[in-house]
Design a protein around this ligand. Structure first.
Ligand SMILES: Cc1ncc(COP(=O)(O)O)c(C=O)c1O
Length: 326
């Protein structure tokens, strides 16, 4: 299909409409589809809304992905930390709005809604007074309604709940377009992409087509349904941890437990490995944690039915019983 064809522009139009309907997006927000994942947007944010290299932006570092974003941003702007966690605390809890220290000259505040690796999630968005908010929603996108009064830029790599990897949904408050630095690389340039209908270079047509199918499916149920489903699924798993007398350990502050990524460890790395092997043999695949941090993790995106979580719950209980009988 030619990307200049009317078929493609119809596809793009429908995707945008379905996305707008699904997330209830106000008209003053632009919808862009970009490539190179959320990572390219880690670079793009300071170029588009940070202004000059001497300016400052506040980053709420709460785990792996916000730390990656801040690390990249530091190349292009001064990064002010929003809170000072106790050692390693950031891995298990989140600062509430009142605990945040937003730099007085901050060009924007950046945070991650759901830390996929560390399993912490903001259940109510952070609030700032008059400072644009950039939110990485990659792993919680389309799993709950979004409060657009609290978010100016939403970055979401598609591969969790929207479509295949290689396409990213980027939503930008149009008031922020026009603030870019002169040396903004073209593929990072939101304003130019917006001005040419959302696509500057050859788009990933097939990925967009798949996103379109997913959006139509999600629209049949709505985001409240997926929020409820995520809560039910994750409760099943957290209940296993909480009733296991420490056999399965999850250190996340219960207030901030992710509905999507439930991370845990057993008594030792050897016990983690033994559990993972048994789970794999029983057909429960990919329960290992992130390469860098180890442990185990249950990732449950929109496509996971409640029955999937129930089966895993039963397996985990049975595994504990068997191990304790040895
Ligand atoms: C919360 C979050 N942000 C950013 C990323 C990076 O996305 P990508 O690899 O598509 O750039 C991921 C990947 O899983 C993620 O979970």
């Amino acid at each position: 299909m030619s990307t200049r064809s009317k078929e493609f522009s119809q596809l793009a139009k429908e995707c945008e409409k379905d996305l707008r309907d699904l997330v209830n997006l106000p008209d003053n927000y632009a919808v862009l589809w970009t490539q190179s994942g959320a990572f390219l947007q880690f670079t793009s944010v300071p170029f588009n809304i940070g202004g000059s290299r001497e300016n400052t932006a506040t980053y709420v570092e709460t785990g792996h992905w916000s730390m990656e974003a801040a690390k990249e941003a530091r190349k292009f702007i001064n990064v002010a930390p929003a809170w000072k966690p106790q050692q390693e605390e950031y891995l298990f809890t989140l600062p509430e709005t009142e605990e945040l220290n937003i730099h007085k000259d901050s060009k924007y505040v950046y945070y991650c809604d759901n830390e996929t690796v560390h399993g912490v999630e903001y259940h109510t968005p952070i609030v700032t007074e008059g400072v644009p908010v950039v939110c990485d929603m990659t792993s919680s996108y389309l799993t709950k309604p979004i409060d657009w009064d609290r978010v100016d830029v939403a970055i979401s790599s598609a591969q969790k709940n929207l479509g295949p990897s290689g396409i990213t949904s980027l939503i930008v408050n149009k008031d922020l377009l026009g603030r870019k630095r002169d040396d903004t690389p073209i593929m990072c340039d939101w304003e130019t992409q917006h001005n040419c209908g959302g696509f500057y270079n050859t788009p990933n047509v097939f990925a967009l087509y798949l996103c379109g199918l997913t959006l139509k499916h999600l629209k049949k149920f709505g985001l409240e349904f997926y929020d409820d489903l995520a809560k039910q699924r994750s409760k099943l798993i957290y209940d296993v941890f909480d009733s296991s007398n420490g056999f399965y350990k999850n250190k996340v502050n219960p207030k901030h437990r992710s509905r999507i990524n439930c991370q845990f460890t057993l008594k030792s790395k050897e016990e983690d490995d033994k559990f993972l092997k048994a789970a794999d043999e029983a057909g429960f695949l990919f329960l290992y944690g992130h390469d860098k941090y180890g442990g185990c993790r249950v990732n449950m995106y929109n496509a996971m039915p409640l029955e999937g979580a129930e089966k895993l719950r039963n397996f985990m209980k049975q595994y504990q019983d068997e191990q304790e009988r040895l």
